[in-house]
Design a protein around this ligand. Sequence first.
Ligand code: ARG
Length: 276
Amino acid sequence: MENPAGSVAVRRHYLMCRPTYFAVEYAINPWMDPAVRVDRDRAIRQWEALRDLYLELGHEVDEIAPIEGLPDMVFAANGGLVVDGRVYGARFASAERTPEGPAYLEWFRAAGFSETREPKHVNEGEGDFITLDDVILAGTGFRTDAAAHQEAERFLGRPVVTLQLVDPRFYHLDTALFALPGDRIAYHPGAFSAGSRRVLESLFPDALIATEDDARVLGLNAVCDGRNVVIAAEAVALADRLRAEGLIVHPVELDELRKAGGGAKCCTLELRPARL
Ligand code: ARG
């Protein structure tokens, strides 16, 4: 399964949550406008297409039962951070999403994850933590407290690099940056403070720099399995550049969920197994 870029697709294990109760009833990021009509059936169809795509690509998908009254629960990426089979739980910044933290932790325990950590500090799971081979990149500024970066580092035993987010449209790290094969990344520099941009430049001199247009359609909220990239259909420029690198691009339409500020990655929590 080698592609021209030399990367290999690895079978991934994802957790997702069907948007049965999806709605935009409150606004906790600039994408959300409760006055805008949401077509829930369409959101469900778009979400099902995403799940089916993962299955077609050979990945395993578990589903957590959606809870009525938690319209953002579809954004499973925020439900925790799972590295080496260890689960660092989420603690949401907003009152509206707070019950999701314990709900996800309960799912992990029931699914047999024995090492789980109830967090002391506010953090929104993989929304603000991006796991590479050697380091975990962590966002702060809007949701996750920097203190949670240290908490995660100590619990997971992997180095965590703090990055400062400055643009409210890119309130979670996974709206501005995603992991490519071989410990490379793609990102939108405008989402980061000057200091964090310098950190990214020095750690990732060969990063793929996305445009403002790519970022505005949540093109950075993409999922890469080492060979395939699942990305917002509207992010055409970024898709072309990924193809030029030999990756296989799978455009997905998720504009209904984007009304809540989420894309493909937000709907996807990766369950990384213990290392052998
Ligand atoms: N409406 C949700 C919120 O603002 C969207 C979450 C998107 N998730 C993500 N991983 N970026 O919390």
